[in-house]
Design a protein around this ligand. Structure first.
Ligand code: AMP
Length: 295
């Protein structure tokens, strides 16, 4: 795997691949790679002739300077972790490659970027939309791979490709979890030993609430109960815990359409997010074997 740092070097490679008729998959990341990222890389390698993993800690998507400063930067070990997985390139642009002096364009997606993390982190999705558009164009990507862990981001990026007629197909991939159910995240590294033991409660509480709601339980009461359980277990605060329809992310008061429960909560000074599928009421109970989570 080659490490490339400039747009010009990247373009020379992508043009040679194009001349050979090869397809290009891209996996955008901010580094500190874990098995969640690597699952996207494996899928990309299975579906494309060439794969570019990008590593760029995008300042435009951080609304909190302290969060940006604390974000782990581990390029060497990231490159090592990627080596056995078959990506062709690790593309590591710096700030001047991405946002040269005079840079003045922002891409802003309405609708799906409002509420949830868009509400809690003003400007976050403008930063995401702007950087991924640049990365797709720089990489000349046929496909780009995103995790369902950041489900709202996946919808924002899907919308923007459709609206801007970009030739990049967005592929959503399932959330990879630790054995105790905690969704893998670079931020988990910042949890102290005690809070790390508390953190898997996020997934448990979400799964339990999803089951209750899918069987007709009262949404508001179920959500209130889940929030109380998290706060009494030691979570500092909850940014949101909401039921939203998929894929359009409308706020729901009952599961009369397929939906997801979305949570962002603070623990030990770390903001953790997760979401789980909630089957719609019409489909639950029709077949005893029907799984709550789609295959
Ligand atoms: P990040 O480096 O956090 O910006 O994430 C890069 C990509 O990896 C995004 O598409 C994330 O949704 C995805 N990702 C992060 N964590 C996971 C996970 N636990 N499972 C699957 N995908 C993930």
């Amino acid at each position: 795997m080659k490490i490339i740092r400039t747009k010009a070097d990247l373009r020379a490679l992508t043009e040679s691949w194009r001349r050979a008729g090869e397809t290009i998959g891209v996996v955008p990341t901010m580094g500190a790679l874990h098995a969640g990222h690597l699952s996207l890389v494996e899928r990309a390698c299975a579906e494309n002739d060439r794969v570019i993993v990008t590593l760029f800690v995008n300042p435009k998507q951080f609304n909190n300077p302290e969060d940006l400063a604390k974000y782990p930067r581990t390029e060497d070990s990231d490159a090592e972790k990627l080596t056995p997985h078959g990506a062709d390139i690790l593309y590591v642009p710096d700030g001047t490659q991405m946002y040269p002096e005079g840079f003045a364009t922002t891409i802003s997606v309405a609708g799906v970027s409002e509420g949830l993390c868009g509400g809690a982190r003003p400007g976050h999705f403008d930063g995401v939309a702007t950087v991924v558009t640049k990365l797709f164009l720089q990489c000349d990507a046929d496909r780009a791979y995103f995790g369902e862990k950041d489900y709202q981001q996946l919808q924002v990026v899907t919308r923007l490709c459709e609206d801007l007629d970009l030739n990049t197909e967005i592929v959503g991939c399932p959330t990879i979890r630790e054995e105790d159910g905690l969704a893998m995240s670079s931020r988990n590294l910042r949890l102290g030993a005690g809070p790390r033991k508390t953190a898997p409660m996020i997934a448990q509480v979400l799964e339990d609430a999803a089951r209750v709601i899918a069987r007709g339980g009262h949404v508001e009461q179920t959500i209130d109960k889940a929030k109380k359980a998290l706060l009494s277990a030691g979570f500092d605060s909850i940014d949101y815990l909401e039921l939203r329809s998929v894929p359009d992310l409308k706020l729901m008061t009952s599961a009369d359409r397929p939906s997801r429960l979305f949570l962002a909560a603070w623990l030990d000074g770390v903001r953790l997010i997760d979401n789980v599928f909630v089957a719609d009421l019409a489909s639950v109970g029709k077949s005893k074997d029907r799984p709550l989570e789609p295959a």
